[in-house]
Write a protein that binds this ligand. Structure first.
Ligand SMILES: Cc1ncc(C[n+]2csc(CCOP(=O)(O)OP(=O)(O)O)c2C)c(N)n1
Ligand code: SF4
Length: 279
């Protein structure tokens, strides 16, 4: 995986907890959905995307409760229709990072047709299915991924049906990124999620922010020295607007001092070209 530009030093504001809402999950103790939530918030923090730029869309089921536990925009939709909702959102708001959450019942049974066609369309969004091989919320009905011999009061002796294979079907339908993770490994899941969301796109704002700051400095240099300055020149410019700024402390003298004439130095556009003003 390509190395992210964001490092712990450059993203102090992005912590997994920044993406959690105040709602306490109502999942059963030990449910794997807790770890998936953890992976979501860790991935968002790694990507350093502001919460208001993310939409978490879901269908219905225990797993589909996830949007409420994040502080991103979200929509807890209807059973099996999360991908339809998310596709509509993504095509109208392509600037948003759209992550869709679902269960195996939601995604592969009632929503199975939407699943195949979403893979075929490859709209730029990420679909996460929490496959517990059962309809959790509706008390253990067999789902498409339930083992054939899963013997319960609802399916005595098991369904005898061969399980649906999501990854094979996703591949055959044309999905461009397919992965399987274990919920009990939230760090690994977060890493895969970052890769799935990112898909080699420039994702975080750090590089863009640094370049924007450089453009501001470029304008300042051009105006104060009275000459055209290109982006390339500015990138390689050794001029420091505030020399030794990295050594400043609260007790340092002001970086600009009065001259012998009692005036502060001022730019002289066209006369001083190498730097803004001389002291
Ligand atoms: C149209 C419709 N049919 C049935 C239901 C009942 N229902 C609610 S959740 C659910 C299954 C959820 O199972 P799954 O998607 O595997 O999620 P889990 O609860 O296991 O996370 C069903 C059938 C519903 N809400 N809407
Ligand atoms: S019923 Fe199953 S899926 Fe739902 S919260 Fe409990 S353990 Fe999780």
């Amino acid at each position: 995986m390509e190395e992210l530009i964001v490092t712990p030093e450059t993203q102090p504001a992005c912590k997994p907890s920044d993406y959690r809402s105040d709602l306490k999950p109502v999942w059963c103790p030990g449910c794997g959905d807790y770890h998936v939530l953890m992976a979501f918030t860790r991935a968002f923090a790694q990507l350093a995307v502001p919460a208001e730029q993310i939409a978490v869309i879901s269908g219905i089921g225990c797993s589909s409760r996830i949007p409420a536990y994040t502080n991103c925009y979200g929509f807890h939709g209807v059973h099996g229709r999360s991908l339809a909702l998310a596709s509509g959102l993504k095509v109208t708001r392509p600037d948003l990072t759209v992550v869709v959450a679902s269960g195996d019942g939601d995604g592969y049974s009632i929503g199975g047709n939407h699943f195949l066609h979403a893979c075929r369309r490859n709209i730029d969004m990420t679909y996460v299915v929490m496959d517990n091989r059962v309809y959790g919320m509706t008390k253990g009905q067999p789902s498409p991924t339930t083992e054939p011999d899963f013997d319960t009061a609802i399916s005595p002796g098991g369904t005898g049906l061969s399980p649906f294979h999501p990854l094979v079907n996703a591949l055959a339908s044309g999905a461009n990124f397919i992965a399987r993770c274990f919920a009990g490994e939230p760090n690994e899941t977060a890493t895969v999620l970052v890769e799935a969301i990112r898909q080699d796109k420039p994702y975080n704002e750090v590089k863009r922010g640094a370049e924007a700051a450089l453009v501001v400095a470029m304008g300042r240099k051009a105006v104060h020295t009275g000459q055209a300055v290109t982006f390339e020149e500015m990138l390689n410019d050794g001029h420091e607007f505030a020399p030794e700024v990295d050594k400043f402390t609260m007790n340092s003298p002001a970086p600009v001092q009065l001259g012998p004439d009692g005036l502060y130095p001022a730019p002289q556009p066209g006369r001083l070209k190498g730097r803004e003003y001389s002291q």
